[in-house]
Design a protein around this ligand. Structure first.
Ligand code: NG1
Ligand code: ZN
Length: 537
């Protein structure tokens, strides 16, 4: 049977839901899982085309809805170097998925192949994984039917964290080359982390234990796997909590990085222990938030993505200086979004004296901007981020001849960090190890880290609106260009407060607007957020 006919036949088993408009957003397609079967099939078709377009390199497909409730799911495509799908192809994904009939779907598949001169003679390879949601299994079934219909080779990695899949895509495509990213297996991922952690620690000690809340998601079993690999190699005491993946309904429920960040409090279960160094992963383990309860005052301190970015950037700059590479021209920079706390931006620009770039929300934008630096540190405030090292920077670290043991130590640590950090995408486990390494080097507690600057009080609210598409932004989402008059109304409210900043934008993942406000006091930030919410309602 010709491919066109095979697609039509297979597609009949996995129809899309009539009347629903699908959109490839910042996190791929994400919605109620029962709307997604046809989407997963169609994403399989596109991933296959993408692989052929990229000369047969492996393309990844991840089935996850991250921090969303258990009933949701999502499907997203990973490009060959482990990065997010190229923007032009997001549009193709949206068009292909919305094809109204099975015939038109097969026609659109052929049309894309023709437009991009893709021939079925080029081999295609797709590798995929899913988080712990029960709905993932069925979606993978639909995906595989598309891969079979298009003669695509595939590897099923079963249950993975999102960053593990990104790692595997890059490792697959660089295997046997001088850019090799690591062994092509889940075990290879842990081995790389353990080896890099040992080199980065070099006998230093991590004080006390780290409690990790895994959001009852895939991060739990994978963290246990990591612990098996690290045992006996590097002394690190990890206490795993909220790792129940047998009861799907508890996924992301009153726990996880998104809960901590949005509620600005520790998960109620297990009962927080004052003084304990704690962190939370989100449901697919690509976001990380640290926090602790002050044993003296019992107050809650959160160390979010902005804090991790400033900690990592300052540590790397110190190492570059210690390695006597200050004059080497290595450009370190930080990338944030409008949601970054203003105090973090001031700290990075004024205290660390580093450039800060602001991009629209969505890691693909941050990742892209970070590539313009030799060492580009990017984090969303919600804890999603990583550090990118350019090839030139790595070459400089490797070729520099140390003049003292201290210089050698700094160079070795820089190289170890580049292996410890998952450079394909934000990775909660790899980022947590990075934080642990930095705290160990500095001999810092979370209190020391929290003292670097004081966050401006802030408030994030979700506002239900009739049509979120009316809200269009400019200036990296910091200002509204539409509807007319809205920005002026926001400006006049902000003016009434001291040290205040606020903005509104349409969410890329939910049918709502988000309003963010900062001000000198908590009550003023809350009040300002309410006023801006009123403007956009
Ligand atoms: P939207 O829904 O566009 O605000 C949210 C997060 C983003 C990003 C995406 C993808 C906030 C305010 N927004 O986007 O940072 O992580 O989800 O998961 O946290
Ligand atoms: Zn996530």
């Amino acid at each position: 049977m010709a491919t066109h006919a095979k697609i039509v036949e297979a597609s009949k088993k996995h129809p899309i839901v009539d009347g629903h408009v699908y959109q490839y957003g910042t996190a791929g397609f994400r919605m109620k899982a029962d709307l997604l079967e046809g989407v997963a099939f169609r994403v399989g078709l596109l991933a296959s085309l993408r692989s052929r377009k990229m000369d047969g390199q492996a393309i990844g497909v991840m089935v996850t809805a991250s921090h969303n409730p258990a009933v949701d799911n999502g499907v997203k495509i990973v490009d060959p170097m482990g990065e997010m799908l190229e923007q032009d192809w997001e549009k193709l994904a949206t068009d292909l998925v919305n094809s109204p009939t099975h015939e038109q779907l097969a026609d659109n598949y052929t049309k894309i192949a023709d437009t991009y001169r893709i021939t079925s003679k080029t081999p295609a390879k797709v590798i995929y994984g899913r988080d712990t949601r029960p709905s993932g299994h069925k979606l993978i079934g639909a995906l595989v039917d598309a891969l079979v219909a298009t003669d695509t080779e595939y590897v099923d990695y079963k249950i993975l964290t999102t960053p593990q899949l990104h790692y595997l895509v890059r490792a697959t495509n660089t295997e046997g080359t001088d850019l090799s990213y690591g062994e092509v297996s889940e075990a290879g991922y842990y081995k790389k982390l353990v080896d890099a952690l040992a080199r980065a620690m070099k006998g230093r000690k991590i004080n006390g234990s780290l409690t990790v809340d895994c959001a009852n998601g895939v991060g739990g079993p994978k963290l246990w796997e990591f612990i098996k690999h690290v045992q006996g190699k590097v002394p690190i005491d990890i206490k795993v909590v909220n790792d129940d993946v047998l009861r799907p309904e508890v996924l992301n429920l009153d726990c996880g990085a998104d809960f901590v960040k949005t509620r600005q409090r520790a998960p109620p279960n297990p009962k927080p222990v004052p003084g304990a160094r704690s962190c939370s992963f989100d449901g697919d383990a690509d976001r990380l938030i640290y926090y602790w309860l002050d044993p003296e005052t019992n107050s809650f301190s959160m160390l979010d993505g902005d804090r991790i970015a400033s900690l990592a950037a300052s540590f790397i700059v110190d190492l570059i200086r210690a390695a006597d590479l200050e004059e080497s021209g290595i450009k370190v920079g930080v990338v944030q979004t409008a949601y970054a706390n203003g105090a973090s931006t001031t700290y990075i620009t004024d205290h660390l004296q580093l450039p800060v770039v602001c991009t629209p929300t969505g890691v693909k934008h941050l990742h892209h901007a970070a590539l313009s630096f030799d060492v580009g540190v990017y984090f969303e405030a919600n804890g999603h981020g990583t550090v990118l090292f350019s090839r030139e920077a790595l070459k400089t670290f490797q070729s520099k001849k140390p003049q003292s043991p201290a210089q050698k130590d700094a160079l070795d640590t820089l190289i170890a960090l580049s292996d410890l950090i998952n450079q394909t995408v934000g990775d909660a486990l790899s980022d947590a190890l990075l934080v642990e390494v930095i705290l160990a080097h500095k001999g810092w507690t979370l209190r020391d880290w929290a003292m670097t600057y004081a966050d401006l009080p802030n408030k994030l609210v979700r506002v239900e609106v009739k049509n979120k598409d009316l809200f269009q932004t400019t200036d990296a989402e910091r200002k509204l260009s539409h509807p007319e008059g809205a920005q002026e109304a926001i400006d006049s409210e902000v003016k009434k407060y001291k040290n205040a900043r606020a903005f509104a934008r349409a969410s890329g993942t939910e049918n709502a607007c988000r309003v963010y406000a900062e001000a000198a006091t908590r009550s003023e930030a809350n009040e300002l957020a309410e006023k801006i919410a009123f403007v956009v309602q």
